[in-house]
Design a protein around this ligand. Structure first.
Ligand SMILES: [Fe+2]
Length: 135
């Protein structure tokens, strides 16, 4: 069993976004596996970098959709993205400088954040964006 398993409950019913969420889950699982088997710092650093870059790209995709379609929940939603982006960038800085390591707590934080954000926040835009023809 993977650290995070995709489940239908996580679907926002927009293929582009579901595919990106699946990729995020894959990257978090990869980081979790690397941590569990005690991969070296260089490997962890690379996976963490990919996760940070992909997260930024993904948030950009959502935010562009919000802007294009004038989604009313844009500001509150973007605030959640900005907060998480700052947290993972801090984590990356500390990790890169050797001030911190990736722990089970860090992994659980990422897992909980992603699942709660998708279910509690992302799913709110589904009816609106689908109504605008996004699929
Ligand atoms: Fe989001």
């Amino acid at each position: 069993m993977a650290f995070i398993d995709w489940k239908d409950e996580l679907s926002v019913n927009i293929k582009l976004i579901d595919d990106q969420h699946k990729e995020l889950i894959k990257l978090i699982n990869e980081l979790s596996d690397a941590m569990k088997v005690g991969k070296g710092k260089d490997v962890m650093e690379k996976v963490l970098s990919r996760l940070v870059d992909y997260t930024k790209m993904h948030f950009g995709t959502e935010e562009r959709l919000f802007e294009t379609h004038k989604y009313p929940g844009y500001i509150a939603h973007k605030a959640e993205h900005d907060k998480l982006t700052k947290q993972v960038l801090d984590l990356k800085t500390k990790f890169d400088s050797g001030q911190s390591v990736i722990t089970v707590e860090v992994m659980n934080f990422l897992k909980d954040w992603l699942q709660k954000h998708i279910i509690g926040t992302d799913k709110k835009y589904s009816p609106f964006l689908i109504g605008k023809g996004v699929s």
